[in-house]
Each structure stands twice: as structure tokens, then as C-alpha cells.
Design a binder for this molecule. Structure first.
Ligand SMILES: NC(=O)c1ccc[n+]([C@@H]2O[C@H](COP(=O)([O-])OP(=O)(O)OC[C@H]3O[C@@H](n4cnc5c(N)ncnc54)[C@H](OP(=O)(O)O)[C@@H]3O)[C@@H](O)[C@H]2O)c1
Length: 259
């Protein structure tokens, strides 16, 4: 039997990922595949999407910090008779504070999730997209990608990777029928700041809703834009990062991100 097309959303159990899942649920021609470690919130979304839009949703539990988990996830999706036609690499977390205060295990897990799993999933889905000459990839970066981020050093660098990787891939794939979009949200109301330990930082005081971010990201993906910075207050950041001396920008960012 021919495989059906699917939209894969990682980190769909809360925040921006759950809001993005709701955007893609309005495309009932594709099966929605929701992935995270907590399955209960994703099953609740699956029920809601079935009732509201008639969308079929598969929920898969996966810890993408575990090496090899991305390949295992793609194999599971294949076994379900699905081909990923839209990949949303959203799962990710940050760690706030000086690097030496973090355990190496936590930092490595973050890099495995934010960088390696995202790269492996992308690498895994592109061949079938190329063969069909159609596909969409949405990678969730951050405004942290535009400058060095003292007190979020490894996280900011991981998001700089996501942005650079996405922009480069968008060009590599521009004649293939596949679009690659990087979304760069500013501070967003979600589980992020509790996980990162940044609830009391200045950046956590001015937040967009996850729904606003998802809406703008979805629109950019539909337009085939390669980068979108969400939230009007964040729009000047890419320009500022080009105009201001980098050390000055890094010092200001460090103050905004201090606990
Ligand atoms: N909120 C912000 O201020 C902000 C700003 C810019 C960019 N972002 C980015 O936006 C993305 C979504 O974050 P969010 O703000 O929506 O935060 P969130 O509410 O904490 O959501 C993070 C999602 O990632 C999943 N996740 C975390 N660790 C995972 C793992 N090991 N394996 C699989 N899934 C995992 C979580 O699910 P489980 O815990 O159930 O596994 C959850 O669904 C992240 O990439 C983040 O870096 C956030």
C-alpha cells in the first residue's frame, strides 16, 4: 500500500510545538505525528484535532536527547506507513546561567536535542522529499541565534547553528521543490523559562504567546520564506546584530539574560 503523507512535529506536548500542531491540524489531508516525552498532552491534542478538523493524529513517545532516537523515530513513522512531507523541528530547551554552573550531561543533552536530533531528522526526511520534489521543513531557532548570549552561551550557540544550517539548506534545496524556514521567536510564554531556569530574567518579562509565534511561523512556511523573526519588538534584531559591535551586543544580551 502507498505511504500516506505526514506532518511531523517534535516537542508537541507544550508551548510553541503544541500551537504549531494546531496550525498543521487544519491540513487534514496529512496525518499529524506528534512527538515528545510526555504523551498525555499530545493525546488530548489528538482528540481535539479529530473532533474539530477530522485530522488523524499519531502520538509517539520519544526522548530525542538519546543518541539514535531520531533514526528510531523515523523507522517507527515508516512502519506506520507514513512519509514525512512536512518536518517541524521544534523540540528544544535552554539552560540559563554561567556554563560552569551546569552539568556537562545537561549541556550535552541540550546539544543532542537542539542540534543533532534536528540535523538527523532533516537528513532522514530530505531524500523522500527530493524524490517527490515536494516538502516543507520548519526549524525553530530563536532570536538568541543573532548574537553571542552570555548566561545562555551554549543554548544561544545551538540556535545560531539552527539558523545557519536552515539558511544554508534553503539554498542547497532551492530547486528541489523543498522549502526550509527558520523561525526566530523572542521570549515566548511556554514551559521554556521554567525548564531553562530563566523565569526571573529580564527577557522573561516581555513575552509573546505561543499561538502568535506559531501563526507567524506557519504563514512564513506557507510563503516559503527562509527566515522569520516573530514579534514586532524583535524584528530589528538581525539588523542591529550587523550594525553594533559584536562585543557590545553580547554584553547587553548578557545583562538581559542574567538570572
Ligand atoms: N519560549 C521561548 O522564549 C523561546 C524563544 C525562542 C525559541 N524557543 C524555542 O522554541 C522551541 C519550543 O520551546 P517552547 O518555548 O515551546 O518550550 P516548552 O513549552 O518547554 O516546549 C518544549 C518542547 O520540547 C519537548 N522536549 C524537550 N526535551 C525533549 C526531549 N529530550 N525529547 C523530545 N522532546 C523534548 C518538550 O516535550 P517533553 O518535555 O514532553 O519531552 C516540549 O514539547 C524550542 O526549540 C525553544 O528553544 C523558545
Amino acid at each position: 500500500m502507498a505511504h500516506r503523507l505526514a506532518t511531523l512535529v517534535t516537542g508537541a506536548s507544550s508551548g510553541i510545538g503544541a500551537a504549531l500542531a494546531a496550525s498543521f491540524a487544519r491540513e487534514p489531508s496529512r496525518v499529524l505525528v506528534l512527538v515528545a516525552r510526555r504523551t498525555a498532552p499530545m493525546h488530548a491534542l489528538a482528540e481535539e484535532f479529530k473532533n474539530r478538523f477530522g485530522t488523524e493524529t499519531q502520538v509517539i513517545e520519544a526522548d530525542l536527547e538519546v543518541p539514535g532516537a531520531a533514526a528510531q523515530l523515523l523507522a517507527q513513522i515508516d512502519q506506520l506507513g507514513l512519509t514525512v512531507d512536512t518536518l517541524v523541528n521544534n523540540a528544544g530547551f535552554g539552560l540559563n546561567g554561567p556554563l560552569q554552573d551546569m552539568t556537562l550531561a545537561r549541556v550535552s543533552g541540550m546539544l543532542q536535542l537542539n542540534i543533532t536530533a534536528l540535523t538527523e531528522l532533516t537528513h532522514g526526511v530530505v531524500p523522500a522529499m527530493r524524490a517527490r520534489r515536494s516538502g516543507r521543513i520548519l526549524n525553530v531557532a530563536s532570536i538568541a541565534a543573532f548574537q553571542p548570549c552570555p548566561n545562555f552561551a551554549a543554548y544561544g550557540a545551538s540556535k545560531a547553528y539552527v539558523l545557519s544550517f536552515s539558511e544554508a539548506l534553503a539554498i542547497e534545496l532551492e530547486t528541489s521543490g523543498i522549502t526550509v524556514t527558520a523561525v526566530c521567536p523572542g521570549s515566548t510564554s511556554s514551559g521554556f523559562h521554567a525548564v531553562a531556569g530563566s523565569d526571573r530574567s529580564l527577557v522573561a518579562k516581555f513575552m509573546d504567546s505561543a499561538e502568535t509565534v506559531a501563526e507567524q511561523a506557519y504563514k512564513a512556511l506557507q510563503n516559503g520564506d527562509s527566515v522569520v523573526v516573530t514579534g514586532w519588538v524583535n524584528k530589528p534584531l538581525p539588523m542591529m546584530s550587523r550594525l553594533m559591535p559584536r562585543t557590545m551586543l553580547a554584553r547587553i544580551t548578557g545583562k538581559l539574560m542574567a538570572k
